[in-house]
Ligand binder design. Structure first.
Ligand code: NAP
Length: 236
C-alpha cells in the first residue's frame, strides 16, 4: 500500500453499483479522500469524514465538473468509473434498463470536464481508470465461441457496444488511462490476479474473477503506473 501522504484523491463514478460500493469501502479503508458522483442521495452508502458526495448525472459535463470542484484543491485526483449497462435480470436476454451508449456519454463528459479551465485551475486529474470487460475491443476474439455468440445475439450486445465506444473515446482522449477488462464476475474474497496481456490471450475457456479482486486491481492501478495506457484483461 502507498504512503498515505502521497495517495491520490479518488473521484468515483458508479459508487451505487455492485463493484462501485466495494471500491468505495476499500478506498476509504486505504485512506484515500473520496468524492462520489451519484444520481440521487442513497442512505445505504457509508458516511465517512473522508467522503464527499456530489449529486449529479455522470453523463453531464457540468455535473462532472461540479464533482471535481468538490474535491480538495491541490491533491491530485484519479477518476475511477465502475458504471455498467443494466438489465432487468442477469439473464443475457433480459430487457435493458440503461440508455444505449450512456457509458460513452459519461466517458466523454469526464474527459471534457477534466480539461475545463475551471477544473484545471483547481485540481490536477492524473488518471482515468475504467472498469471495462473481457470482450471489449480487441479482446473479443479471445472469448470462447459460446460467449462470442451470446454477446452477439443477446442484449449483452448493448454492453459490448457501449464498452467499445468507451474504449475508443478514452484512447483518443487527453488523460492517462487504464481500461481494465475483467473476466466474468463472481462473489468471494480478493484472490491473486492474473493479467492476460491487453486482450486476454491464454485466459482459458471460461475465466472468472471475484469482484473484490477487481476492486484491489482498480485501486492498485491508482497508485502505480505499471498498467497506464493499457487494457489489462484480468482473471483469478
Ligand atoms: N457481470 C460481469 O460478469 C462483468 C464482467 C466484467 C466486466 N463487467 C463490467 O463491470 C462494470 C461494473 O459492473 P457492476 O455489476 O459492478 O455494475 P452495476 O452493479 O450494474 O452498477 C451499475 C452502475 O451504473 C450506474 N448506472 C446505470 N445506468 C445509469 C445511467 N443511465 N446513468 C448513470 N448511471 C447509471 C448505476 O447507478 P444508479 O444506481 O444510479 O442506477 C450503478 O452505479 C460494468 O460496466 C460491466 O459491464 C461485468
Amino acid at each position: 500500500m502507498a504512503d498515505k501522504t502521497s495517495l491520490p484523491q479518488i473521484l468515483l463514478i458508479g459508487a451505487t453499483g455492485r463493484t462501485g460500493r466495494l471500491v468505495l469501502e476499500e478506498a476509504l479503508y486505504r485512506g484515500h479522500l473520496v468524492t462520489i458522483l451519484i444520481r440521487k442521495a442513497d442512505d445505504t452508502l457509508p458516511q465517512h469524514n473522508n467522503l464527499t458526495i456530489s449529486i449529479g448525472d455522470p453523463c453531464v459535463e457540468t455535473d462532472v465538473e461540479k464533482a471535481l470542484q468538490a474535491t480538495k484543491p491541490s491533491v491530485p485526483v484519479t477518476i475511477i468509473s465502475t458504471l455498467g449497462q443494466t438489465r432487468k435480470s442477469g439473464n443475457p436476454w433480459a430487457a435493458t434498463t440503461s440508455p444505449r451508449r450512456f457509458m460513452e456519454a459519461s466517458a466523454k463528459a469526464v474527459l471534457a470536464a477534466s480539461q475545463s479551465p475551471s477544473v484545471r485551475g483547481m485540481v490536477k486529474v492524473e488518471k482515468l481508470i475504467l472498469m471495462s470487460m473481457f470482450g471489449a475491443g480487441d479482446s473479443f476474439d479471445q472469448l470462447n465461441f459460446l460467449m462470442r455468440w451470446t454477446m452477439n445475439h443477446s442484449n449483452m450486445d448493448v454492453a459490448i457496444e457501449d464498452q467499445n465506444l468507451v474504449d475508443a473515446a478514452v484512447k483518443a482522449g487527453p488523460l492517462p488511462f487504464v481500461l481494465v477488462r475483467p473476466a466474468m464476475l463472481k462473489n468471494g474474497e480478493a484472490l491473486p490476479v492474473k493479467v492476460h496481456g491487453n486482450n486476454g490471450e491464454g485466459a482459458g475457456f471460461m475465466p472468472s474473477i471475484t469482484v473484490k479482486s477487481v476492486v484491489t486491481f482498480l485501486l492498485d492501478a491508482a497508485v502505480k503506473s505499471e498498467f497506464d495506457g493499457t487494457t489489462p484483461m484480468i482473471s483469478n
